[in-house]
Design a protein around this ligand. Structure first.
Ligand SMILES: Nc1ncnc2c1ncn2[C@@H]1O[C@H](COP(=O)(O)OP(=O)(O)OP(=O)(O)O)[C@@H](O)[C@H]1O
Ligand SMILES: [Mg+2]
Length: 250
């Protein structure tokens, strides 16, 4: 479904991505781990069209997306969440979802009035379902800025799913979460997979990555140093050395 081919992204002298090759299959949950600065967010940004690559190709469903603007990639089914929460703080929870839902092509053809009033019953029903799925129904009319941290993270994920992605890239969705919130996120990610969404999970929280992913790639200095099942990765010596032995105090 997604082919990353000899992908490089340089920022001046920094090789954030260095000839990276990855192949993500339809329907899987694919983990990407690696030390700070190893290129994980850069990969998400290049796939989503925030930056052009220096070299290489990104092929989604058989077609290159290089040169395609970010909003077209979103309409074609690629959505993401951000490492640092980026909601619309002055809009309500419902409005955040509605703006996201409105950004994809198929409701642009609805009548302008029903679109702007959010009265279209099909769209309204979809947003209500996402609110339920995200346990945010009771918060629908609250401003995003007034939500607790864990709820803001849930809204980030909800907003990305409102664009009906076929491929969802999650950049450290568990950052700052407590154990209950991580378990909750784990179950939501599995439910999204069951609904047919392919997921790329960039994460430092090993309990989540090792538990929920089908396969994992490990990056170091923008290159892949290992790829395999969570079991393979935990046993891999190069990974132990570059990353899994690492602690915040190191
Ligand atoms: N917009 C940018 N301009 C210049 N350098 C950048 C930019 N974005 C990333 N970099 C550099 O590219 C390298 C990879 O950064 P990236 O954010 O992709 O790492 P990461 O693996 O996501 O790290 P973390 O785990 O800390 O989120 C780093 O050296 C970083 O400083
Ligand atoms: Mg990052």
């Amino acid at each position: 479904m997604l082919e990353i081919k000899s992908l490089s992204k340089h920022f001046g002298g920094v090789k954030a991505l260095d000839m990276l090759n990855l192949s993500i299959h339809e329907g899987e949950i694919f983990g990407i781990i690696g030390p700070n600065g190893s290129g994980k967010s850069t990969l998400v940004n290049v796939v989503c069209g925030v930056f052009p690559p220096t070299k290489g190709d990104v092929v989604f469903s058989g077609k290159t997306v290089i040169g395609c603007p970010a909003h077209e990639r979103l309409s074609s089914g690629i959505a993401r969440t951000f490492q640092n929460i980026r909601l619309f703080p002055g809009l309500t929870v419902w409005q955040n979802l509605w703006v996201a839902r409105n950004s994809i092509e198929d409701i642009k053809s609805e009548s302008r009035v029903s679109r702007w009033l959010g009265k279209n019953s099909k769209v309204k029903k979809e947003i209500d379902e996402i609110l339920e799925f995200s346990s945010l129904a009771e918060r629908a009319d609250e401003l995003a800025s007034s939500l607790a941290f864990g709820e803001q993270r849930r809204l980030e994920l909800a907003r990305a799913t409102a664009t009906k992605p076929r491929l969802l890239l999650l950049d450290e969705p568990a950052a700052g979460m407590n154990q209950d919130e991580i378990r909750d996120l784990d179950s939501r990610i599995r439910q999204l997979q069951k609904k047919g969404t392919t997921i790329i999970l960039v994460e430092h929280v090993m309990e989540l990555v090792m538990g929920v992913t089908d396969r994992i790639a490990v990056l170091n200095f923008g290159s892949k140093i290992a790829e395999g099942t969570p079991d393979d990765i935990q046993k891999n010596e190069a990974v132990q050395e570059a990353y899994l032995g690492y602690t915040e105090e190191d």
